[in-house]
Design a binder for this molecule. Structure first.
Ligand SMILES: Cc1cc2nc3c(=O)[nH]c(=O)nc-3n(C[C@H](O)[C@H](O)[C@H](O)COP(=O)(O)O)c2cc1C
Length: 301
């Protein structure tokens, strides 16, 4: 039975990727997870300068999902390279380094610096960061997405994955722009905008008022976006949003995912990749599927 997948030159021994911001820098989870069941661990998004993030509270759990407004807290590029990366590289799992920025120059600087690190095979560029000039996220604008991806593509020879927001009227336009500018894969979905208000205090639950919604509440919304994008691009998708079980993961493969990502569920069950992998194997055995890649886009309609 084959469970390995390939995202351009990035070979993953299992099709399960731990999503950015939900798995620290890998090392924090040592002793709690079986890394051999994980295809890659995506780091928290790193930026050029260190960031403290947004004011608390930064996480609020609803009945069906989780809202967060972490605000890209991270040690910055130099802190990452000095402290986090060496420890991550000692783990028996592939790292996928997530980078962010607030201008094209920010992204160019960080990708240039990572390009010199041979141990890093793949970069995920988080285009859900706000562009200071545009006052919206890069991936909310197909031209900004195209221009940024094109310039970064010229800098990096590594497997170059572009993560996009679902907060657009037509996500296929953004995905197509990323593909035509040279992205090797698309990662989706990032969180949906969300707001919660405490009716007693009349204040928002999150310190920065609104945040990003994730977890099981978004699964059908995310699955729809993934299916839409799959029909419009030819590059592989790392897809997720609300995946908690193997059955959820199978839906994403059937909608077009090459690999799946698990996020919020890691905060509660850090070794959930192990359960999902087992469930995938059981399903493949039951359906007589020899290769996980056979499932991709296999929805019958
Ligand atoms: C606490 C938290 C922090 C996150 N931080 C990041 C981040 O730094 N960069 C990023 O690209 N996505 C970030 N995300 C989004 C996740 O990577 C994922 O795309 C999203 O939560 C949807 O998947 P899920 O429903 O499985 O969590 C974060 C999500 C959560 C819950």
């Amino acid at each position: 039975m084959n469970l390995a997948v390939k995202i351009k030159n990035f070979q993953l021994r299992t099709p399960i990727v731990c999503a950015s911001g939900t798995f620290g820098y890998g090392e924090e989870l040592k002793g709690l997870v079986n890394f051999k069941n994980i295809g890659a661990v995506t780091t928290k998004t790193i930026t050029i300068n260190s960031r403290e993030g947004n004011p608390p509270p930064r996480i609020y759990e609803t009945e069906y999902g989780v809202m967060n407004s972490i605000g890209l807290e991270n040690p910055g590029l130099s802190g990452f390279l000095a402290e986090k990366l060496p420890r991550l590289l000692k783990l028996p799992v592939k790292p996928l380094v997530s980078v962010g920025g607030f201008s094209q120059e920010d992204y160019e600087q960080i990708v240039k610096a990572l390009e010199t690190k041979e141990e890093i095979e793949a970069i995920e560029v988080n285009l859900s960061c706000p562009n200071i000039k545009m006052k919206k996220m890069f991936s909310q604008d197909s031209e900004a997405t195209y221009n940024l991806v094109k310039s970064l593509r010229a800098i990096t020879k590594k497997t170059f994955i572009v993560k996009i927001t679902p907060e657009v009227s037509d996500i296929t336009e953004i995905a197509k722009a990323a593909q035509s500018a040279g992205a090797d894969a698309i990662s989706l979905v990032n969180t949906f905008f969300a707001l919660g208000i405490n009716i007693e205090t009349k204040k928002p639950y999150l310190g920065s008022v609104y945040g990003g919604y994730s977890s099981r509440a978004i699964k059908p919304l995310a699955l729809y976006k993934v299916w839409q994008v799959y029909k419009n691009v030819t590059i592989p998708l790392i897809a997720g949003g609300g995946i908690e079980t193997a059955n959820d993961a199978i839906e994403f493969f059937l909608a077009g995912a090459t690999a799946i990502s698990i996020g919020t569920i890691n905060l509660v069950y850090p070794d959930r990749a192990t359960d999902i992998l087992k469930g995938l194997k059981d399903y493949m055995k039951r359906k007589k599927i020899k290769d996980i890649n056979e499932l991709k886009g296999g929805m019958v309609s």
